[in-house]
Write a protein that binds this ligand. Structure first.
Ligand code: GDP
Length: 464
C-alpha cells in the first residue's frame, strides 16, 4: 500500500484494548480473534501457552501454542502473532489469535479476552483507530469497507486503487494547488490598499482554471464509477414473445426465467445479477407495455413503466422476424431514448426491414436461440455506459459523498475566479479558497464532521 503522503487527523493512541472476531461468523477451517490496544500483548500472555516454552514473540511471527483458561482448562490449539506498535493495522499493539473456526470456540476466546480486560470492539473500530492514528486517510478507510463488500471485479479493482491512495493523491494535488493560490492571495489581504496587479491576476486565473478543469475531469468519471461500483440497472423490455426471457437466459448462461409460448407470461419482474467484463449488472426482465384488462398483468405493466424511466440502460427487444409493431412503439415511448439499446432478436429467422423511427437507435442484432450476436450485445451494453475501460488504469470516482464534496470544492473555486474578475475584496477571495480546501478535506478526513465520520465507521462490520 502506498504511504499516506500527509499526516491526517491524529489523536493520542486509545487507552483501552478492543477485541473482536476478524473473520466471518460460522464454521471454517480457522477463525481469527483480533485485539488492538496497549494491553493486547499482556492479555495474550495470560491466555496463551506457547508450544515451545519460553519462545519469545518476535514481531509478526506466528507462534504455535494453546489457549488455556485461567482455571487451567484447555480451550483450543492456536497460532498467535503480535504486531508491535506502530507497525500494525491500527498503529497500536495488535494481537491475532488464529483458532479453529468454530463459533463457540471464537466466542469462548473473546470472552476470555474480555475477562482479561479487553472490551468488545464497535463496528469498524479497528479501521477507525487506523484512521485516527494516521495509518489510513478517510478514502482509504472507506476503500477497506468497499473491498470487503465489492461484488464484482471492477468494484474490487476500484477499491484497491483507492486503498493504494489514488484518490488521496488526486485530492492532495488539488489541495496543494489551492494552498498555493491562497498563499498568493493572502499576501494581499495584509495590504488591502494594494490591488492584485494584472500579471498576478492572470496567473491566479490560469491556475484556478487549470484546477477547475482537473476537478471537472474527475467529477466526469462519476457516472461510470457509480455503475462499476454498484452495478448497472438494465431493463429488458419488449412485448410478449419477442424473446426477452430467452435473451436473459442467454446472457446468464442458464435457464432461469421461464420461457413459454403464451404471450404475457413474464408478469412479474425477475432480477438477476451478472458481470460482463468485470462490470456488475442487475438485469430485470419485465412485462411488456401494453393495454391490458388483466389486473395482475396491468400491475406488471405499471412497474415496468417505472423501471423504464429509471433504468441505466433499457434493452428494447424487438422480434426482427415480425418487425416493429405498434406495441414496440408504445414500449419505446415509455423510455428515455438516450438510454435505449435496440436488440433485434430472432436473427436466425428471415428479417423485416427496420422502420425509420427505430433506425437511429443504437442497435445490435442477435439470436437468443443460437447465441449469435451475444458478444456484440455484451460489448454494446458496456459502451452504452462508458464502462468499456473498466479494466484499465484510469481512476473512477464512485462514492456519492466524495462527489458531493468535490462539487462543492469546484463551485467554491469557480466563485473565487468570478470574484477575482469582479475585483472583490481579498479576504473574500481567501474565504472561497478556504471553503474549497475544507470541502476537499472532508473527502480525505481532515475536516470531516464527527457525525459523518461516525456514520462511515458504523457502516463497517464488527472486527474490521
Ligand atoms: P418473452 O415473452 O419476450 O420473454 O419471450 P420468450 O423468451 O418466452 O420467447 C418466446 C418464444 O420465442 C419462445 O418460443 C422462444 O423459444 C422463441 N425465441 C426466443 N428467442 C428466439 C430466437 O432468437 N430465435 C427464434 N427462432 N426463436 C426465439
Amino acid at each position: 500500500m502506498a504511504p499516506v503522503p500527509t499526516m491526517i487527523k491524529t489523536s493520542p493512541t486509545a487507552a483501552d484494548t478492543i477485541v473482536a472476531a476478524a473473520t466471518a461468523a460460522g464454521e471454517g477451517a480457522i477463525a481469527i480473534v483480533r485485539l488492538s490496544g496497549p494491553d493486547a500483548p499482556a492479555i495474550l500472555s495470560r491466555l496463551f501457552r506457547p508450544c515451545r516454552l519460553a519462545e519469545p514473540f518476535s514481531a509478526r511471527c506466528l507462534i504455535y501454542g494453546r489457549i488455556v483458561a485461567p482455571d487451567g482448562t484447555p480451550v483450543d490449539d492456536v497460532m498467535a502473532v503480535h504486531f508491535h506498535a506502530p507497525h500494525s493495522y491500527t498503529a497500536e499493539d495488535v494481537v491475532e489469535i488464529h483458532c479453529h473456526g468454530n463459533p463457540l470456540l471464537v466466542r469462548r476466546i473473546i470472552d476470555l479476552c474480555l475477562d482479561a480486560g479487553a472490551r468488545m470492539a464497535h463496528p469498524g473500530e479497528f479501521t477507525q483507530r487506523a484512521f485516527l492514528n494516521g495509518k489510513l486517510d478517510l478514502t482509504q478507510a472507506e476503500a477497506v469497507a468497499d473491498l470487503i463488500r465489492s461484488q464484482s471485479l471492477a468494484s474490487q479493482r476500484m477499491a484497491l486503487q483507492q486503498l493504494d491512495g489514488r484518490l488521496h493523491q488526486l485530492i492532495a494535488g488539488f489541495r496543494e494547488a489551492l494552498a498555493n493560490l491562497l498563499a498568493l492571495v493572502e499576501v494581499h489581504v495584509d495590504f488591502p490598499e494594494e490591488d492584485i496587479d494584472r500579471p498576478l491576476q492572470q496567473v491566479l486565473q490560469t491556475q484556478a482554471d487549470d484546477l477547475c478543469q482537473q476537478m471537472h475531469d474527475l467529477l466526469a468519471t462519476f457516472d461510470a464509477g457509480r455503475v462499476l461500483r454498484d452495478g448497472l440497472a438494465v431493463l429488458i423490455l419488449g412485448r410478449p414473445n419477442v424473446g426477452k426471457s430467452s435473451l436473459l437466459n442467454a446472457l446468464l448462461g442458464e435457464a432461469r426465467a421461464i420461457v413459454t409460448e403464451i404471450p404475457g407470461t413474464t408478469r412479474d419482474l425477475i432480477e438477476e445479477q451478472l458481470q460482463i467484463g468485470g462490470v456488475p449488472l442487475r438485469l430485470v426482465d419485465a412485462a411488456g407495455i401494453r393495454d391490458t384488462a388483466d389486473l395482475i398483468e396491468a400491475e406488471g405493466v405499471r412497474r415496468t413503466r417505472d423501471r423504464a424511466s429509471t433504468a441505466d440502460l433499457v434493452l428494447l427487444v424487438v422480434d426482427g422476424h415480425q418487425g416493429v409493431v405498434p406495441e414496440d412503439r408504445l414500449a419505446l415511448s415509455a423510455c428515455d431514448r438516450n438510454r435505449v439499446l435496440l436488440v433485434m432478436n430472432k436473427a436466425d429467422l428471415p428479417q423485416q426491414p427496420l422502420c425509420a423511427d427505430f433506425a437511429d437507435l443504437p442497435r445490435v442484432t442477435v439470436s437468443a436461440r443460437t447465441g449469435a450476436g451475444m458478444e456484440s450485445l455484451r460489448q454494446a451494453m458496456l459502451s452504452a455506459v462508458h464502462a468499456e475501460h473498466a479494466g484499465g488504469e484510469s481512476f473512477f470516482l464512485s462514492d456519492r459523498r466524495h462527489r458531493d464534496a468535490l462539487l462543492r470544492a469546484e463551485r467554491a473555486t469557480r466563485q473565487f475566479q468570478a470574484g477575482l474578475r469582479d475585483g472583490i475584496a481579498h479576504e473574500y477571495l481567501a474565504l472561497d479558497l478556504r471553503d474549497a480546501l475544507d470541502a476537499l478535506g472532508e473527502i480525505t478526513g481532515e475536516t470531516t464532521p464527527d457525525e459523518i465520520l461516525g456514520r462511515i465507521f458504523a457502516g463497517f462490520c464488527i472486527g474490521k
